[in-house]
Design a protein around this ligand. Structure first.
Ligand code: ZN
Ligand code: ZN
Length: 182
């Protein structure tokens, strides 16, 4: 593995690799996004509290695992929201003070050698790698509780607001036949 010099939070980078299972350019991008979020929203990476931050990630790539492992943002807790837009853009909110930032990764030249690419990403300045923008949406509300209903076809329990009506029957999304002709 190519040595990364002057990496400010080297131990945390290795924590990311342990969580993700391997080192890769995508994870390196996520790591730098986390660093810039910490700088911009002024929190200490080692001291992020449970549910203190909310992240809206506009992709579901390897990069998101750096956010999950370092910022206590997880899908299960509802403070990591995945929007599959295929964009390297991440919005963070600090629940304590409502501050928010949208971080967009700038286009960069891809090189064939993965290790070289990882090293380039980790050694770039945060400014060269990413752009700081204003969030496109407001801080999402707290996770809501829903009743469950039984699907009229499979009999399995399903969250109420996900149920569809089809020929008078209440169906879950795995039983419902979608209609996409308008
Ligand atoms: Zn990966
Ligand atoms: Zn069903």
């Amino acid at each position: 593995m190519i040595q990364v010099h002057q990496l400010e939070n080297e131990g945390l980078w290795y924590d990311c690799i342990t969580f993700h299972g391997h080192s890769c350019p995508g994870l390196a991008i996520g790591f730098r996004v986390v660093e810039l979020a910490a700088h911009t929203l002024d929190f200490r990476l080692e001291k992020v509290l449970d549910e203190e931050l909310v992240c809206i990630a506009e992709n579901d790539s390897c990069a998101v695992d750096a956010i999950q492992s370092l910022l206590s943002c997880t899908v299960g807790k509802g403070n990591l929201i995945l929007r599959p837009y295929g964009k390297q853009a991440y919005t963070f909110f600090n629940r304590k003070n409502g501050d928010g930032v949208r971080i967009v990764v700038r286009p960069f030249e891809r090189v064939a050698d993965r290790e070289v690419m990882i090293s380039q990403i980790l050694s770039s300045t945060l400014e060269d790698l990413m752009e700081i923008k204003t969030p496109l949406e407001a801080l999402p509300g707290e996770a809501r509780m829903f009743d469950s209903v039984l699907c009229d076809s499979c009999g399995e329990q399903c969250r109420e607001d996900k149920i569809r009506l089809q020929e008078g029957r209440r169906l879950c999304l795995t039983c419902h036949r979608p209609y996409d002709r308008g």
